[in-house]
Design a protein around this ligand. Structure first.
Ligand SMILES: O=C(O)Cc1cc(O)ccc1O
Ligand SMILES: [Fe+2]
Length: 452
């Protein structure tokens, strides 16, 4: 990429496993929540202090805080960046159209007690970049009070070249389903492919380059506390998503002066400002507030080795906690390839009604609770206390099949689970892809009760 310099002096940087396709492999800094240190030009970081009278190499020092200054060290997040121009060097933002992007509170349509399922979102039929292609399905809470989530699909066939995005409302947890993405951020580059995820914190500027002619995926926009790793409790010190498999970018900067546009999501609306330089001009940084990626194949999956179907909380990759211990603003949960070995056990999910609301997507393969109709790129929403569980065909198979150890292979479903009901946007509620016959999947269930 012309003008982008990506040398790193960090000894901790790894040439990470990367499945996102051909081309340049960014270098990464491993470790969840680490205090990372990275320079694209040696000597760009001041030593032993953050804001010397003049920062090295004529750079400007700037702090980006992700938590209040006074929050405890265990959750405190901030990063010091050393950049060519302070990020304050720009003109006014003006309101632009929001496309199909919406923000909580969601009040367009009444909360719907139905089980809902959508076919995959159609791919773009006109040139569309990552920002243009955002399609909000729904959400809860209120972005301005920093509580709740929104769920979006993205779809794009055009890379952002002189256009950048920044979200002041929440962090984006990006789940690619079709095609890889290069996230070119203020703090460096992340390549993510289907099977991997990336998180871009609130307030970080970036552009999205496509690594395939057309891409699609899901986003959980988290208005609440940043995603973190769940406690392991009696599981112990290892397992589930391991800290060292999370990868932050190494510093990389763009020093080209040219006219570009920065699109900001703020208080629910999109705003644009013209800059005469790239906002990705950070030559070095150190800190804890960073974008990161994670390969879901690294998740150490736990399940029963005796009997019964455990609660899916054992599949939590990341959680956005609330002030109530154990109650998540949002959990990101995966259903990856795994062995099923439970004895005398109905192995798919049980029938259930949960206090939490469950949005599900499918990256690849088939989900073990649904024989048909839940497709890669599609989605389902089972809101709090809606009754759901395996379809009739899955029940018939799982309640009579032989219980040999069985590997669920080539499958990757996920759930964005949230404490509050997810309300739809009007365009999600009226989308042609919303299946009108979803209830029918439970039609074939027959009573088998026999009095002894
Ligand atoms: O509804 C679903 O398919 C998700 C889910 C999976 C599971 O194993 C247990 C409960 C649950 O909500
Ligand atoms: Fe469920």
């Amino acid at each position: 990429m012309p003008g982008r310099d990506a040398v790193t002096t960090s000894t901790a940087a790894v040439e990470a496993h990367d499945t996102s396709g051909t081309g340049e492999q960014p270098r990464y800094l491993p470790g969840f929540g680490n205090e990372h240190v990275t320079e694209a030009v040696p000597g760009a970081l001041p030593e032993g202090r953050n804001s010397p009278q003049r920062a090295p190499l004529g750079l400007y020092a700037e702090q980006i805080s992700g938590t209040a200054f006074t929050q405890p060290r265990s959750v405190n997040q901030r990063t010091w960046v050393y950049r060519i121009l302070p990020s304050a060097a720009h003109g006014p933002f003006r309101k632009i159209g929001d496309g199909l992007l919406r923000t909580a509170p969601f009040t367009d349509v009444p909360a719907d007690p139905n089980r809902l399922r959508w076919d995959p979102l159609p791919l773009p039929d006109a040139p569309t970049d990552f920002v243009d292609g955002l399609f909000t399905i729904g959400g809860n809470g209120d972005a301005e009070t920093r509580a709740g989530i929104a769920v979006h699909w993205y779809r794009a066939d055009t890379s952002m070249t002189d256009r950048y995005f920044v979200n002041a409302d929440g962090e984006f947890l990006i789940v690619p389903q079709l095609g890889g993405l290069l996230l070119d951020t203020e703090l460096g580059r992340l390549r993510v492919a289907p099977g991997e995820i990336a998180v871009v914190p609130r307030g970080i500027r970036y552009r999205v380059e496509l690594l395939a002619p057309v891409v699609r995926g899901y986003i959980c926009e988290n208005y609440g506390a940043s995603f973190t790793l769940p406690e392991r409790g009696p599981i112990g010190a290892n397992g589930l998503a391991n800290e060292r498999d999370f990868l932050a970018p190494t510093a990389a900067f763009d020093d080209r002066r040219r006219d570009v546009q920065v699109v900001q999501k703020f208080g629910g609306g999109l705003w644009a400002a013209d800059y005469d330089h790239s906002p990705l001009d950070v030559v070095a940084w150190h800190g804890t507030y960073t974008p990161y990626k994670y390969d879901l194949a690294r998740f150490m999956t736990i399940g029963t080795i005796s009997f019964d179907h455990p609660d899916p909380s054992i599949f939590t990759v990341l959680t956005s906690p609330t002030d109530t211990p154990g109650l998540a603003n949002a959990d990101f949960v995966i259903f990856p390839p795994r062995w099923l070995v439970g004895e005398d056990t109905f192995r798919p999910p049980w029938y259930h009604r949960n206090v939490m609301s469950e949005f599900m997507g499918l990256v690849r393969g088939v989900y073990d609770a649904k024989a048909d109709g839940f497709l890669p790129g599609g989605a389902s929403l089972h809101n709090g206390f809606t009754s759901h569980g395996p379809d009739a065909e899955t029940y018939a198979r799982a309640s009579t099949g032989e219980l040999r150890p069985r590997k669920l292979d080539d499958t990757l479903a996920f759930m964005f689970e949230s404490r509050w009901i997810v309300r739809l946007t009007e365009h999600a509620a009226t989308a042609p892809s919303l299946q009108d016959d979803y209830d029918g999947v439970w039609d074939g269930l027959r009573p088998h009760f026999t009095r002894p």
